[in-house]
Design a protein around this ligand. Structure first.
Ligand code: GDP
Ligand code: MG
Length: 300
């Protein structure tokens, strides 16, 4: 995902570390190249600008330029600033699911990976955290979508709410809550319907569901390959629904990585997980240190 960015930055920093003595001007020139590399990775302009400003004020001081290893110090400052840009509160992957049964509402555009991520996350919670999980599909528009979740449920051995034809999304959500309560579940996950574009009907439906179950977590699933569009979608969903975190999917693809870098800074919401494939175990917690290391080509 970060290959191009990583290559570009690697080139800039190689030159910088090889140079030995550095003037303030050398550092500024290098940071201009970093800025271009960020923009080419589809990081939003204000985020790239602020990032460079922050780094520049630290990296051009004489403590750095007059040190024995100025290049390496600049790289470290960039590394730390990347982590800062990426980090949210709390531990990576932490979800508020105490107080059972806790609802997790999964929202996002059609095809972003909601249903797949619901299955992956349910599996993770069940296997790693020993939670009793129930999944329900609220996608009343596509019977195949409900079937898809039921198949995933069987595959990951997590219960799904029985499908009842003719119910509204809110009715299904309430039935899920009831079954989760009666059945002693820790968590119930609501996989909502998506649309190709954000529209009022979709938002209204999701708002109604939200009001009916008061979810502990509302996770927006967005396609990481869409770059800045993913960030715009997140802003939109956050203003209409209120999201607690983001799952970036398709991070196994060769997107430019900008969504990962801009998301937190623009929306204020943390990336909680990244999807890295179609299989049910292709879900990773989003760990700023690792991502920053990967971007700077330092390996995992
Ligand atoms: N490569 C890859 N494919 C994914 C990922 N997440 C979901 N998909 C695929 O994206 C397609 C749409 O996913 P789906 O969960 O049905 O999207 P939904 O419409 O939001 O529910 C499916 O073919 C998934 O297998 C991911 O992290 N990486
Ligand atoms: Mg779906």
């Amino acid at each position: 995902m970060f290959e191009n960015l990583s290559e570009r930055l690697g080139g800039v920093f190689d030159r910088l570390t090889k140079q030995g003595a550095l003037s303030e001007e050398d550092v500024k020139t290098a940071l201009r190249e970093v800025r271009v590399a960020l923009l080419e990775a589809d990081v939003s302009l204000p985020v790239a600008r602020e990032f460079i400003n922050k780094v520049q004020s630290k990296a051009t001081g004489s403590a750095v330029t007059k040190s024995i290893t100025p290049g390496q110090q600049v790289v470290k400052i960039v590394h730390d600033a990347l982590i800062d840009t990426l980090r949210g509160e709390g531990e990576p992957g932490d979800l508020k699911i105490d107080n059972p049964p806790a609802a997790i509402l999964m929202v996002g555009l059609q095809g972003s990976g909601k249903t797949t991520t619901t299955g992956k996350l349910a599996k993770r919670l069940a296997v790693r955290e020993g939670k009793k999980v129930l999944m329900a599909s609220l996608d009343i528009y596509r019977p195949a979508a409900m079937e898809q979740l039921a198949i995933l449920g069987a595959q990951v051995e997590v219960d799904t709410l029985p499908i009842v034809a003719g119910e509204s999304a809110v009715q299904i959500a309430k039935r899920a809550k009831q079954q989760a309560t009666l059945g002693g579940y820790d968590v119930y996950m609501l996989d909502t319907a998506g649309r190709l574009q954000i529209d009022e009907t979709l938002m209204q439906e999701v708002q109604d569901v939200r009001d009916a179950v008061a979810p502990r977590e509302t996770l927006l699933v967005v396609d990481g390959l869409t770059g800045q569009v993913a960030v715009e979608v997140a802003e939109e969903f956050d203003s209409k629904i209120g999201i607690s975190g983001v799952v970036l999917t398709r991070m196994d693809g060769d997107g430019r990585g900008g969504a990962a870098l801009s998301m937190r800074a623009v929306t204020g919401k943390p990336i909680k997980f990244v999807g890295s494939g179609e299989k049910m175990d292709a879900l990773e917690t989003f760990e700023p240190e690792r991502i920053a290391g990967r971007i700077l080509g330092m390996g995992d």
